[in-house]
Design a protein around this ligand. Structure first.
Ligand SMILES: NC(=O)c1ccc[n+]([C@@H]2O[C@H](COP(=O)([O-])OP(=O)(O)OC[C@H]3O[C@@H](n4cnc5c(N)ncnc54)[C@H](OP(=O)(O)O)[C@@H]3O)[C@@H](O)[C@H]2O)c1
Length: 240
């Protein structure tokens, strides 16, 4: 950690920024002048995408998030933001990018997986890194998990050939064995350099005591957070 980095920033960086780095650069091969779509633009990964896209010139960055979070996301680097709760992001993006998007980052799963694939340009890349749509209501639903899994399109490699598109997946948690030594340390060096240059500024939503884990997880579940939710051993619990 650089001297100027707080422990909270240090905790907020690795998962969000390494995931983003691998998606944009190792898999995504993001080039000057290309377009990127990132869902959950005001989440921890969404903020990292906004910042790391700035390291490539002339990227047009599309994001989806609820309307109240647009201002912060725009300041963080998004060119166009769509409130996915009130607007169809596919229609809105098509108006501006009739041919589609070069790099689509897809953490949604279910029927959105196919819509994101269709929105990916010829020679474009769709990177799948989550399946957030399995969470629907206030409690765990096996039916919704099964429905999202079923609706997440299984696509033949021959379809990809016919469409001249690429689909990839990134799971940081599965990168810590084997190949990681080649990929993660150089990525982390770049991230720390960009932190020192002021490009990487982790967005911290809130810091909680371990005793308050229910409040912390409820905040995420209710989609209230903007940026990373952290736990700290030095934080005092909320008095009930
Ligand atoms: N594969 C990997 O290695 C990897 C690593 C890190 C994260 N992830 C995945 O990446 C995703 C984002 O992570 P994060 O840490 O950035 O999340 P986060 O900070 O908790 O952001 C969550 C925000 O995203 C929006 N959101 C939540 N569920 C949504 C849904 N079903 N559809 C649309 N928007 C939704 C909500 O904001 P609004 O107000 O805009 O609705 C919510 O506040 C998660 O699915 C996570 O599992 C994967």
């Amino acid at each position: 950690m650089p001297d100027s980095m707080s422990f909270e920033e240090g905790a907020a960086i690795p998962v969000n920024y390494l995931t983003t780095y691998v998606m944009l650069f190792n898999f995504g091969n993001l080039q000057e002048g290309q377009s990127v779509l990132c869902h959950m633009a005001a989440g921890g990964v969404g903020y990292a995408v906004g910042q790391l896209c700035r390291t490539v010139p002339k990227v047009t960055l599309y994001g989806t998030c609820s309307a109240g979070k647009h201002e912060g996301a725009k300041e963080n680097g998004y060119t166009h933001l769509i409130d996915y709760r009130t607007q169809d992001y596919v229609n809105e993006i098509r108006k501006l990018e009739p041919e589609g998007i070069d790099l689509v980052l897809d953490p949604l799963g279910g029927t959105e997986n196919k819509r994101n694939y269709d929105l990916t340009k010829t020679f474009g890349r769709q990177i799948v890194y989550g399946s957030a749509n399995i969470v629907t209501g206030g409690s765990r639903s096996l039916m919704s998990i099964a429905k999202t899994w079923w609706n997440t399109s299984g696509r033949s490699p021959l379809d990809l050939m016919a469409d001249n598109k690429m689909v990839g997946g990134v799971h940081l948690g599965h990168l810590f064995t084997g190949y990681y030594k080649k990929i993660l340390p150089p990525a982390f060096s770049d991230i720390v350099r960009w932190y020192n240059d002021g490009i990487v500024k982790p967005k911290i939503d809130s810091v909680h005591a371990f005793e308050d884990f229910t409040d912390a997880f409820r905040r995420i579940h209710e989609r209230k957070n903007v940026g990373k939710v952290l736990f700290s051993p030095t934080k005092s619990p909320n008095s009930k």
